[in-house]
Design a protein around this ligand. Structure first.
Ligand code: ZN
Ligand code: ZN
Length: 214
């Protein structure tokens, strides 16, 4: 699952030991609550109407994988984009060589058509993936999710720092996990519970080495 809200009375009834466990509030100043799931929402959590569930650190609902992208699968989503992009690059380069070779060979026109179709499809798909990867990398480096970027675009573009921005390196570890040599492998998810972020998480990390090095 992309990230379920922890079960328990605290999230259902709002009986938190630490009243500052959530910082985000509604316009009215009340604690955020999901009217569909009947629970209080942790910071960065949003309800997805398609998945019918509240998703921790929700990024967006992805129609390509028919699932939400949230705290627990953000890394795998990123790896999917990166490896799909590399795949398109590999196919594009090798097919281009074959197209050049085919110009000097006798072959049915349908074969040339299929080669060109493969090259153009790969180029379009690869181009879109490069733009998509660039956009999501920019968000990751700033410590933002897609929803937060859309909600707070005016704040971001005016140069105000996002409250979940922990610096470039920590922002990357918040998505790809604490060990750089495992960043490109589908293991070693990010540390944390998907509930506490920003300065609170940093404070916890500074006091507790287990937070960054499990
Ligand atoms: Zn909900
Ligand atoms: Zn969803």
């Amino acid at each position: 699952m992309p990230g379920d809200v922890p079960e328990g009375e605290a999230w259902r009834f709002g009986t938190f030991k630490d009243p500052k466990i959530t910082q985000e509030v509604k316009f009215s100043g009340e604690r955020r609550r999901c009217k569909h799931c009947l629970i209080y929402k942790p910071d960065r959590c949003h309800h997805c109407r398609i998945c019918k569930s509240c998703i921790l650190k929700m990024d967006h609902h992805c129609p390509w994988i028919m699932n939400c992208i949230g705290f627990r699968n953000h890394k795998y989503f990123f790896l999917l984009i990166i490896y799909s992009m590399l795949c398109c690059g590999f196919i594009g380069i090798t097919v281009f060589e074959t197209i050049v070779w085919s110009l000097e060979q006798e072959m049915p026109i349908s074969h040339r058509f299929l080669l060109l179709l493969c090259f153009s499809t790969t180029s379009i798909m690869g181009g879109l993936l490069v733009m998509f990867a660039g956009f999501h990398t920019m968000l990751m480096l700033r410590g933002l999710t897609t929803i937060e970027f859309c909600e707070k675009m005016s704040i971001v573009t005016s140069g105000t720092c996002c409250k979940y921005d922990l610096g470039v390196y920590r922002n990357i570890t918040a998505v790809f996990g604490p060990r750089p040599y495992l960043w490109l492998l589908p293991v070693d998810p990010p540390v944390g519970d998907g509930v506490i972020f920003g300065k609170q998480a940093r404070h916890r990390a500074d006091n507790d080495p287990e937070w960054l090095e499990p």
